[in-house]
Design a protein around this ligand. Sequence first.
Ligand SMILES: [Cu+2]
Length: 714
Amino acid sequence: MTDKDLQAQVDNILSSETGPKAPQLGLDTAKGIPEKAAKPRTLFSAFVDEHMERASELASQFIKIADEKGLAAAIEAISAAQKEEPIAGLVQYALELFLTHHPEARATLKLKPLEVRQPNLVRPSTAAPAAPSAADVEAAPKKKVKKKPAGAGATPPEDKLSYWREDPLLNEHHEHWHLVYPLRPVGFPQGTPKPEGGFPLGSRHGELFAYMHQQMLARYDAERVSAGVPRVKAFDTQPFTDKKFTAKIPEGYDPGPLQLFIGGPEPWYQFRARPANAVLTDLTLDESPEGGTNWGARTVGAKISDLVKFGNALHDSVKSGNFDLIGPGNPLTIDTIGSATEASANSIDAYGIANPKNFRLYGNTHNDGHVHFMLFDNIAPYGVMVTPATAIRDPVFFRWHKLVDDVFYLYQQLKLEPYDFSGGPPVRIRKTTKPDGAAASKDIILCREHGLPDSIQGHKFGSRAYSNLVTGAFAEDWNRSFASGTFALPSGEEITTTDVLTTEMKQREIQLRDAEGKPAPETVEYLAHEDFYYFLRVENTSEQETTVAVRIFLAPETEVEDRRAWIEMDRFTYRLRANERAVIFRPADESSVIRKPALKPDDLTADDGFSPVRRAQPWCDCGWPYTLLLPRGTKGGMKFRLLVMCSDGKDLEMPNPPDCCTSISYCGLQDVEYPDKAAMGYPFDRKFKRKIRDAVEQNDNWAWRTIKIRCRNP
Ligand SMILES: [Cu+2]
């Protein structure tokens, strides 16, 4: 069997060549239940521990078969399992885990982009339903044509952020992160603990779970501020009570025509809406006759009172600094509290596969929240919170994650000593505060794409020589400010700097198919931005060569004193010679935050989703979408603060040569240690001694600058 045949088999399990039949869009608006809905199959959820145990066990079996008998045998076993499996989507997820975690599968086969693999899963919630197929019309000629349901999408004002929450690439990022960092160990032999204890779930999994989701919140908040909507409010605050957990949820979400391909005789799963002012209830639904989940029989997590109890237990553990319920001598770290809150197989409260003691004391808080929202009133089908590929579409995802992040925030506030930044590297980046409170720095220089010359002395943009020459404009006159204007390079070309970065709402087509397999493209709106470049002037004030870790962050100007508002933009190392005055040229598309290579609007083609850039991509599918690197800003230009901090370069060991994935910030490195010894989110991972402003102004190795982000067409 050729690799192409194997890929076809994989695609066959994960994708459909035809679209769903006439979507069931006549929703009973009171309950959000499709009219005349057939009883849906139990759907797999990556947030349900019992499901993930099975999926990771299956993935591990497939890995064993691939190791012993080759890829073809593994794919055959997966096809066979898919036919047997009563829980819809479970084997598909096991296959995705297999493709993510088995080196040969990863190198040979491709987990296609979400919008190619499952185009019906990335449709805008407010899209008009696909026209009924000819066969449907014939079968029911007198049926009224269903119209777009009133109020599909999120309830106001959350609908203002739909473009962001429903961005296909952002949903793919979230899906992919959870595949790379599953709750349960994937590999053979399954469930073998590491010699030092715990399971191999990826380096610093608990800490990264906390950090990646915290950054999603910070970025979403910046987007909300751009849209004039208040920042995210936690679903509930401590102390949690049953009463507050069962209060009306004002934000509703109707996924509209969204459908998940699950294969089998009823191959499409249509998600349920959660109307505005719905409330959570205990889960007693019994889906077991078809082999599904009996929620009432779940010993933990199905009751609201348990969710409340576990949430409070987590807060109590944070306050005491110890997992007291387990016993003394189990101190908290950001990693252990992350693992216990998610919760993963590395939770202090997990004792191994199918162990009845699991999650009895500290629960499975984050995961069970997903379950309670997907099944809010105990009636199937589920809502989008069921899977990482769609969960972030629902505004309640962020309210829940804010509650989760509050656990980590409290730990950082209470238990971590503020940093004393006095021991920073001997480098200087200059800054001043203007009379109106805005910050300026002559050493943080920005250019947009059109501000750079196409070539310098005949060297084309992108070449090494170009990169060396382009810094020339800013190297000579060290005391001059280049904040905004047009300046001559020594070679004679001109360069234009700016204090405004620009974003734009764009459109592209998603290649849907109708029930007969004919193309039925659909337009999605998405945010993107003009390429931009940093020129950072950094002076080594010592007689010694020194290597620094350059950390770049961004926050809305109104939020700069809130450490949770800072968005990571980039992280890299730079070596400075003794007394060197360096101009560091750094293209934004090399950011450590984003998935590599950066996919730009021109790469997001409608034909098959595989532009040359995409095809060239190695396994590196994890990372923030480049198109969403910047918050949208406003039409008039919204003020943001751009912060640059140079810390000790010894902390950060970037892979060398950098031919592997360098999207380290939110994804780490595959199968090796997270490359930064500093705490994730450093220096914002704990409270400051005084104001953040003091840290910037009192330390030579910090600087910041007020800039604007302008959206051409908000
Ligand atoms: Cu997540």
